[in-house]
Design a protein around this ligand. Structure first.
Ligand code: FNR
Length: 365
């Protein structure tokens, strides 16, 4: 269909399912095991209702906010997803170009199909990019990556902490080993790189990564350090103790531990505790997984998230319509957000708080 007939992010998924290469679709869409966590990530948002306020002047709506001190036009960002060239021959730079047009922050994955420098080079001077890091067991390599990123102007280091081993994504396994994807990739270096990357995922990642390593990261970089893949209140509090700059409540989009809880549930439990202990200003709390509508974004912001990561929907938009598709995805979310804010009776991100949401059904199934 024509891009004008795409009305929401689910429409991109529908088109992607029917037009993408099977192996690429399987890799992007899959979750681990029976995909319970994958589904619950999204469904848990359905158990939160709004508490809309009336008779508020909602003429001017401002969606802008900051993440790690960087300005952004919207409270959502493009989270890191590996192997962009499976979906589009130009890979991650498609997302970079779209992000530039709409003022959206992009997180660059360690396992991108494009090289790190290609993705940074594709960005404008005003654009903000973060780096997602899979910690290499070879700390010399790791240090080089981190320091190079800082040198290139990356504004935040998101260390993935939920993937010491790759989860079982059976849809992906069935569709064929990811290592057979060279024909999708085209010829040359990229094909080899992506084959190697996917295969290497479980081999180069440091299974020994632990809390003591945070001090080491601090010693090698001045970038803010954020742990991506925190799944409990307990570990969130530990993250505060270790003085990280932020956390991402995330279960890797339901691709790692099956029955890891939906992040929005963890957020709703965590924020009152952080507030009560006056720790809510110590670090920024981000969230990702299952966000498909602006209402999902606003619920997370109301519950205390500083920003919301979105993965698959942007991959599907990229794979089906390229830069224009991703731009459209951003615009759809912005339009939905403005409408939702008006109907909610809030005009800025700062105004959104827990009084705008009813979470009484969140833990009832
Ligand atoms: C991911 N994710 C991910 N995370 C990470 O830290 N490093 C990575 O290389 C990847 N790669 C990756 C590939 C694909 C195809 C997907 C779908 C996801 C996880 C990602 O950052 C994020 O946590 C989820 O995608 C969020 O869930 P949604 O928005 O996809 O539902």
């Amino acid at each position: 269909p024509d891009l004008g007939q795409i009305y929401n992010l689910n429409d991109f998924e529908f088109v992607a399912r029917h037009t993408m290469e099977k192996v690429a679709w399987a890799y992007y869409s899959s979750g681990s095991d029976d995909e319970i966590t994958l589904r619950e990530n999204h469904l848990s948002y359905h158990r939160i209702y709004f508490k809309p306020r009336i008779m508020v002047d909602v003429t001017n709506i401002d969606l802008s906010t900051t993440m790690l001190g960087c300005k952004t036009s919207v409270p959502f960002y493009i989270t890191a997803t590996a192997l962009g060239k499976l979906g589009h021959p130009e890979g991650e730079v498609v997302l970079t170009k779209a992000a530039a047009k709409e003022g959206v922050i992009q997180m660059i994955p360690t396992l991108a199909s494009c090289s790190f420098d290609e993705i940074v080079d594709a960005a404008t001077d005003e654009q903000t990019q973060f780096l997602q890091l899979y910690v290499n067991a070879d700390r010399e390599i790791c240090q080089k990556i981190v320091q190079h990123a800082e040198h290139r102007g990356i504004k935040g280091l998101f260390i993935t902490v939920d993937a010491p081993q790759l989860g079982r994504r059976e849809k992906d396994m069935r569709s064929k080993d990811i290592a057979d994807l060279s024909h999708v990739q085209g010829e040359g270096d990229d094909a080899d790189r992506s084959q190697g990357a996917a295969r290497a995922i479980s081999s180069f990642i440091d299974t020994g990564l632990n809390w003591k390593d945070i001090a080491w990261f601090r010693s090698i970089t001045k970038m803010p350090i954020i742990l991506k893949g925190v799944q409990t209140v307990e570990d969130s509090l530990k993250a505060v103790e270790h003085e990280v700059d932020g956390i991402v409540l995330s279960n890797h989009g339901g691709r790692q531990l099956e029955f890891s809880p939906p992040p929005i549930q963890v957020l709703a439990e965590l924020m009152p505790i952080l507030r009560e202990r006056k720790l809510d200003t110590k670090m920024e709390v981000y969230i990702d997984g299952g966000v498909r509508r602006a209402s999902d974004v606003l619920k997370a912001i109301a519950l205390g998230a500083k920003g919301v990561g979105i993965g698959r929907p942007f991959l599907y938009a990229m794979s089906t319509y390229g830069v224009d598709g991703v731009v459209r995805a951003f615009q759809i979310l912005k339009d939905e957000m403005i409408m939702n804010m008006r109907l909610l009776g809030a005009t800025t991100m700062d105004q959104l708080n827990e009084n705008f949401v009813d979470v009484r059904s969140l833990n009832r199934y």
